[in-house]
Write a protein that binds this ligand. Sequence first.
Ligand code: G6P
Length: 602
Amino acid sequence: MCGITACVGSERTVPTLLTGLDNLEYRGYDSAGIAIQNGDGLSVFKQEGKVSDLAERVRRRDPTATTGIGHTRWSTHGPPTDGNAHPHTDCTGEIAIVHNGIIENYAQLRSMLKARGHELTSATDTEVVPHLVEERLDQGATTFEAFKDTVDQLEGSYALAMVAEGGDTVYATRDGSPLVLGVGEEANFLASDVPAFLEFTGNVVYLENGDTVVMDADGYEISHRDGASIERPVREVDWTAEDAEKGGFDHYMLKEITEQPTALRQTIRGRIDPDRGSVELETFPDGSFADVERVQFIACGTSYHAALYAVQILSNRGVPADAFLASEYTAGVPPTDEDTLVVGVTQSGETADTLNALEMARERGLETVAVTNVIGSTAARTCDESLFIRAGPEIGVAATKTFSSQIVTLCCLAERIATDSTDHCPSETFVQAIEELPGMIESVIDRSTAEPAAIAYSDSDSYFFVGRNEARPVALEGALKLKEISYEHAEGFAAGELKHGPLALVTESTPVFAIATGSNEERMVSTTEEIRARDGPVISVAPADSEIAALADHNLAVPETHPDLAGVLANVQLQLFAYHTASLLDRAIDKPRNLAKSVTVE
Ligand code: G6P
């Protein structure tokens, strides 16, 4: 996720762009840049780091302009460096472009442009765009034609904004990534999201996929793919900038829970082929893991639960695997041999315990892979290879969408490892279920009864979560999420362990969440009966028509899917339960007491 912004017509275009980027920093924050048009032509300022670093540099130079575009980046292609920061320009430096999204056919376009003599200097997918525009301009097209023809060649998702030297016009389009137009009195604006320009205008036009906009100080024109002009309604927003950043949600956590379908579509984009039942990972061509005999996962917190889930997925495919808490790994180094693959799972890529453990594995000569959300993170730079979960930035301290994206990324990795290193045959049903997962999460969120369940059980003494196999890490995660944000006592167990101790604590005021994933339903039914015999209320997380749902006091329904993925759906229900419980208790949901998003000390 990145943020783009544009402004035309204001004498204060430069500070306006910088304010816009500042308000969009929640969409990405590893590098930033602006391109502005003034009497001297096009000037580009861009650099690695925060928007505030860029703003300081720009202010020192004090440029003036009435037209410009800006970008705050969350890397998806290429690490966060000055060169990879947007805007990107063509060979002549007369075209500047900002982009949010992924251009899937960039490799092919890049080779074609290089063969024709273009010099591309960054590692981004975006840089092909200004060069394609340059090509069409050389062939005699107008700037608008060159922009439109270029967009026609792109595959993937994008919101793009462009300025060209010598003109006070911004050209923009969207397909699959957001873009909103702000209609001001003397100036007009474009951005990925309303907060970018909300302090200048509250009159907005929400652009649709396929819309192209040509905007100058006097107005704007919107056309569709076929070239026909379109009128879109101008709406007035009455939110504050902060409300707008949260997209109308009360908390980032709820926003991020509902973003999971989008995040997962990004996670799997270009990585699965449901027709062939195959998984293709960009950094790991077929056969990459042929020599792997065993996998060790290292992680902390929620990422550790994702790692435990991955262990189960690998075990189901006959690959020996273990998950270690990073702090324990360094304390007592487990046995390894040269065919052990070490996978660090870390959303931020900056958790000190995980980095230390990965360093230790490297010192022992083991191959290391970072599964992370942050391209330029220390974990990504330290490990031999990286696999990015592509969830977009997560602001809420409690990990939600990154957990789902970690699991799905790890499922793809597990399928690849098993296919390469054992006689496991790629499973069409599994890969098809991955493809269907985002839509299923949408339906879970839309129909969830987690809020009434949270109200019904809000004065409980403790909450227990039980599950078997891949549902066990989900039980652990369900308990962690609830305790993190509600401060209520919650514990997760393997369902089979209930009778070896925790059952002593079960009473009528300790609800037990029984998580069924389809592979172990019969045994979960007997667990449910054990709990009910002690008067413990049971909240099942299972398909609506299942036996366990019929036995339970309340069911949080999940659709039927491949058993390896059912845990992801169940977890969404538990995220919502935790959220609503914390909300009823009026907790600081996005910033729970004593906790940090990323723990960079041991
Ligand atoms: C902190 C966060 C957790 C997170 C853990 C690991 O404790 O509060 O939500 O799961 O760090 O973070 P990582 O960035 O390594 O996934």
